[in-house]
Ligand binder design. Structure first.
Ligand SMILES: [Zn+2]
Length: 171
């Protein structure tokens, strides 16, 4: 019951962003986007989203995805920055963490997201989403597990993993 209440309140709280995502998704539908509700991801996903660099972006309970599915594997931000070696993660799991973050933070999400560095390995929101995608928990950005990795400051001396290059982005 608490869980249902959390999701109902979260969906309302995140709804201004969800509405923006829905609007963009609906505009994209005549250009090929295909909406599908994914209960497990707590989101309406617009697959085949026709614009953007390739990858997925979450707005509230809406995910805009250029691919036909969310099963692609991505390197984590910390791995790509050369801070550590981590397994690849499923893009859908990463985006689900952002959905949960939106539902917890509502309108505060984007101001806080950009205040913490935007699309970057230094952003605790992205590290939390990667942590969630790796472990299935810890999507809340202010957990100790999502503090800046110890190797972060020596990023420039660490050779980036060439295999980390990917055309798939996720925010
Ligand atoms: Zn992300």
């Amino acid at each position: 019951m608490t869980r249902i209440l959390f999701f109902a309140l979260g969906a309302v709280w995140a709804s201004p962003y969800s509405l923006a995502g829905l609007l963009v998704g609906l505009i994209a539908t005549p250009f090929g986007a295909r909406p599908r509700f994914a209960r497990d991801d707590f989101a309406l996903i617009f697959h085949r989203f026709p614009w953007g660099p390739g990858g997925a972006m979450t707005l509230g309970n809406v995910i805009l995805n250029t691919n036909t599915h969310l099963d692609s594997l991505c390197t984590t931000y910390a791995h790509r920055a050369g801070w550590c070696v981590e397994p690849k993660t499923r893009i859908g799991d990463h985006e689900r963490a952002h959905v949960l973050q939106y539902m917890a933070l509502g309108l505060l999400f984007l101001p806080l997201y950009f205040a913490h560095g935007g699309v970057s390995a230094r952003n605790r929101f992205e590290r939390a989403a990667d942590r969630y995608a790796l472990t299935g928990k810890d999507w809340w950005p202010w957990l100790e597990a999502n503090a800046k990795p110890a190797g972060a400051k020596s990023a420039k001396t660490t050779k980036p993993d060439k295999s980390a290059k990917t055309t798939t982005t996720r925010h």
